[in-house]
Ligand binder design. Structure first.
Ligand code: ADP
Ligand code: MG
Length: 324
């Protein structure tokens, strides 16, 4: 199977281009997208590298899902609607069954969010997937990291920490396997391998929330990006963080580590004016996505974690850094 046969067989899907948003798809030198008049183009790229972001024996269908999910999550965090995506693929060999499974995972999620594959590049090399997503958003509605204001409420969607616990269980870490309830890995594995991009919530929050981002490297470290970009601080009440049943069995230090430094959550963290509580609740209901108020934005630049009595808990945000 040559390069062009591989693309035709696994990635070209004639008739699935959604002409309202894609004028020209795979096959020419460029794809042509049609953002709605008056909208801005939202663009984001994320790369997944074997041995760094996934294990060599990963289920290819889950890999296809995750590669697109982490990119769609960025559009969600901007309040954008997807238009299409490109896929740059380096493969050690052309394995038909593996590629078919990858494409299945990819296209199931793409179809669910009306986000067609419009182009890419294919080369031989160490396994590596790089996806670029394109979306549209109204100029004054994009959810930027620099838009948080002192006095804003702070919210998180879903719950954090389960992907981290799944990862530690897969790695056989003693504190995880020593405390997890039976069956925890089977329950949690999909949180790591098949994250849900919160697109409906992000779009419902556009024009309602102030700042937002999606959680990929841990709540506390990612919140730091909003705090620095906006020139503000924050307080989080530990007891208000949504707690997955599988995390409640962990000792407190590891529970806090999973909740706040976990990584791979792909939930939305966002701020909104206290006067917008009704509108945030309506956005959560309309998108059928659980949302929890976990604290608020303050003057200054510090992040403080508070216990039930309002006392600060010592805690070190440890956001993931590939070069640290
Ligand atoms: P070019 O030489 O212009 O880079 P290519 O020969 O690499 O074009 O690709 C031919 C067509 O197939 C282009 O439209 C390109 O976008 C598309 N394509 C290549 N690889 C992929 C892929 N992995 N997924 C989707 N489309 C792809
Ligand atoms: Mg090319």
């Amino acid at each position: 199977m040559g390069e062009f046969e591989l693309i035709r067989r696994h990635f070209q899907r004639p008739g699935r281009n959604l002409p309202g948003q894609v004028a020209l798809g795979i096959g020419d030198d460029c794809a042509l997208l049609r953002p709605a008049p008056g909208h801005q183009l939202a663009v984001s790229t994320d790369m997944l590298v074997e041995g760094r972001h996934f294990f060599a024996d990963v289920d290819p269908e889950a890999l296809g899902h995750k590669a697109l999910a982490v990119n769609l999550s960025d559009l969600a965090a901007m309040g954008a609607r997807p238009l299409g995506f490109t896929l740059a693929l380096a493969l050690p060999r052309a394995d038909d069954l593996w590629l078919a499974a990858l494409a299945r995972g990819l296209f199931a999620l793409a179809d669910a969010h009306a986000c067609p594959l419009v182009g890419g590049d294919t080369t031989r090399g160490p396994l590596n997937l790089c996806i670029t997503v394109f979306g549209e958003v109204m100029p004054d509605r994009a959810l930027r990291r620099d838009a948080a204001r002192a006095g804003d409420d702070l919210y998180v969607s879903g719950r954090t920490g389960e992907a981290r616990l799944a990862l530690e269980l897969m790695l056989g870490t003693a504190w995880a396997s020593g405390h997890a309830a039976p069956g925890a890995l089977q329950r949690l594995r999909s949180r790591l391998e098949r994250p849900t991009p919160r697109l409906a919530l992000g779009q419902a929050l556009a024009g309602v929330a102030h700042a937002a981002l999606d959680l990929s490297d841990g709540l506390a470290g990612d919140l730091g990006h909003i705090l620095r970009a906006s020139g503000v601080g924050a307080e989080i009440a530990l007891a208000s963080l949504p707690l997955a049943p599988d995390l409640s069995a962990l000792p407190e230090a590891q529970r806090i580590e999973c909740l706040l430094n976990g990584g791979d959550d792909y939930e939305l963290l966002f701020t909104a004016a206290a006067t917008a509580r009704g509108a945030v609740a309506a956005a959560a209901a309309a998108s059928q996505t659980p949302v929890q108020r976990i604290g608020h934005i303050t003057e200054g630049s510090r992040l403080r974690l508070l216990d039930a009595a309002g006392h600060a808990i010592g805690f070190q945000p440890a956001s993931f850094d590939h070069f640290a």
